[in-house]
Design a protein around this ligand. Structure first.
Ligand SMILES: [Zn+2]
Length: 56
């Protein structure tokens, strides 16, 4: 399982979405809008599959 990350739009840091998937499951994941609390700027950031990438 690989953790799904997004990049914070404010600090450009990588943060975990709290979701972990295998790469093939990530490829099949629906592109729904979600949001994640960002520990760097203490805001909730909306994200979509196209913003996300897997931790290597
Ligand atoms: Zn942020």
């Amino acid at each position: 399982m690989n953790e799904i990350l997004i990049r914070c739009p404010v600090t450009r840091k990588q943060l975990s979405t709290g979701i972990a998937l295998k790469p093939d499951a990530f490829a099949r994941m629906e592109s729904t809008n979600r949001s994640v609390y960002c520990p760097y700027c203490r805001l909730s950031h909306p994200w979509n599959k196209r913003d996300a990438f897997l931790r290597r």
